[in-house]
Ligand binder design. Sequence first.
Ligand SMILES: *Cc1c(COP(=O)(O)O)cnc(C)c1O
Length: 374
Amino acid sequence: MQFIDLSAQQLRIRDMIDERIRQVLAHGQYIMGPEMYELEKSLAGFAGVKHALSCSSGTDALLMALMALGVGPGHAVFTTPFTFVATAEVVELLGATPVFVDISPDTFNMDPRKLEQKIAEFKKPGNKIVPKAIIAVDLFGLASDYDETGKIAKENGLALIEDAAQSFGATHKGKRAGSFGDVACTSFFPAKPLGGYGDGGMCFTDDDDLNQIMLSIRNHGQGADRYENVRIGINGRLDTLQAAVLLCKFEIFAEEIELRQKAALRYTELLAKAPVVAPAIPDGSVSAWAQYSILARDAAHRDKIRGKLQEAKIPTAVYYPKPLHLQKAFENLGGASGDFPVCEDCAERIFSLPMHPYLEADDQKAIADIIVAC
Ligand SMILES: *Cc1c(COP(=O)(O)O)cnc(C)c1O
């Protein structure tokens, strides 16, 4: 059994991919070719936003968004310590300061009440680091609490970025992931809900000015044309071949999101009597189910369950074993054990089960039977 099975999907769309790749080889526009623009148009429509700007990875999408918002030294960017490193890495890369906020134990996403408290601490007179932006992360495919976080961002004059790397395809109250905040960023890393055959990412925004600046940043800070440079940018472009692959995958994406709902629901039903906490999806939300993550009683219980599953050749994974405030890379921030108790508790107990649209019901039953017996 595979943790994320990409071969079942490939079987469905292989002919389409071959044909799309053949077309790119025929026209030869390997950088910024027509497939790139077609993908941007399709995904902007899907997300329900005005602009979609493809780029080289989810990490670069976040970097471009922060650069366009003018984030730099002296700025605080509030985010969660329970995320992939890239979310906070790009903040440090720009010389700004990531400020971590603990998560909600039900959703694993940033807790808006704790965000409010943290912002208040940074607004005290004499504070040298100025609050500038919030990066909310839609962990495991579930949209963060944008009703509350959006309000807090507005009240405090902070920019809001949605890290939708794991949540493309999710919705909250009918709005799609990729449409929350001032800019949303997603990733096309192969294992993400909409994954390519390589690296890729996208920024989404309704803001014409921000879009214009990100467009420039993506291509070395270009001005009116490619050889006029008006700001420092990056090479953040998405390959045309990757866009061609993603267009094929996008054809069946909506259906795959439905299949993920079915698989997740099956897990939740099968695990109802198991000694674990299954994911809680708030009313009005539909997760993209990038991961199906559950909480064991404690670290030893998690080891036991993972061990039994391993014996049955069932792969599991832990996202994330070490919160960001405890990582060496962020030791300059002075984080310590005990700073974010909810996040630290989850890191010790959480693990993820195999999850993809083509999971077999029998396999899920076998997985659940093992967990129930632990
Ligand atoms: C995957 C991921 C990223 C980075 O995306 P890449 O395309 O791998 O650069 C950023 N944030 C989160 C939450 C992610 O899961």
